[in-house]
Design a protein around this ligand. Sequence first.
Ligand code: UDP
Length: 243
Amino acid sequence: MKKKTTVLNCPVDLINESDALELSKQKIEEKKNFHIITINPEMIMYAQKNSSFLNLVNSSDLNIVDGIGVKIALKLQGINQKQIRGVDFSRKLINLAFENNYKIAFLGAKEEVIQKMRENFLKQYPNLNIVYLRNGYFQNNEEIINEISISNPQILLVGLGSPKQEELILKLKEKISGCVMVGVGGSFDVFSGIVKESPLVFRKLGLEWLYRTVKQPERFKRIFPTLPIFLIKCIIDTVKKKG
Ligand code: UDP
């Protein structure tokens, strides 16, 4: 049984990366759908004011800890949980697809990004079984859902940013089976090489968000005031539970 807790009413699974990967493989083999959310403070804060997103976060199969903020929130509960970075987890899923010849689909990011990403993957993983690849700038959700269900992937990575990617997966779940589906944010930009990954030292210190904010100052308004408010809410919540 995997362990769970909640952070501001959002379920968070206390699972390490290799178990999450093993579980994904098991679901593919059992031909079951498996929706994984890489949960971060912005998503949890969005769920506080949007009840349908809160329901969505409660209806997924696994919510893994992405984002240092969630790691700190768990620490306040006395839980030591390793972060599973969305980019790293996606890489592992791509490797899983390659090793098992699973059908893999990619939706999201700009056209030049996905073309470069495909080129890079095919160099690294010749014969990677890509059954669908489409950029994330489209008008008609139904058309995309239809196309993906026809391609019948066993692993689907959706890089549209949140909540778009989770909302699309929710609709898609009804139409496909035997598929591991993950919202991966800006991971395709990293895979294409167009956006550089933060240096290891930043990643190790959990300061990836700081590096990305310095590189892309427009991200500042996403983090502030959301992140400090998130942490204050978590502290209040912990104090209430203890009192
Ligand atoms: N994106 C997309 N379609 C849209 C809006 C965004 O495909 O309509 C892509 C965008 O190109 C980027 C990703 O979604 O690749 C969002 O990245 P972001 O950095 O916002 O996500 P994070 O990694 O912070 O979750």
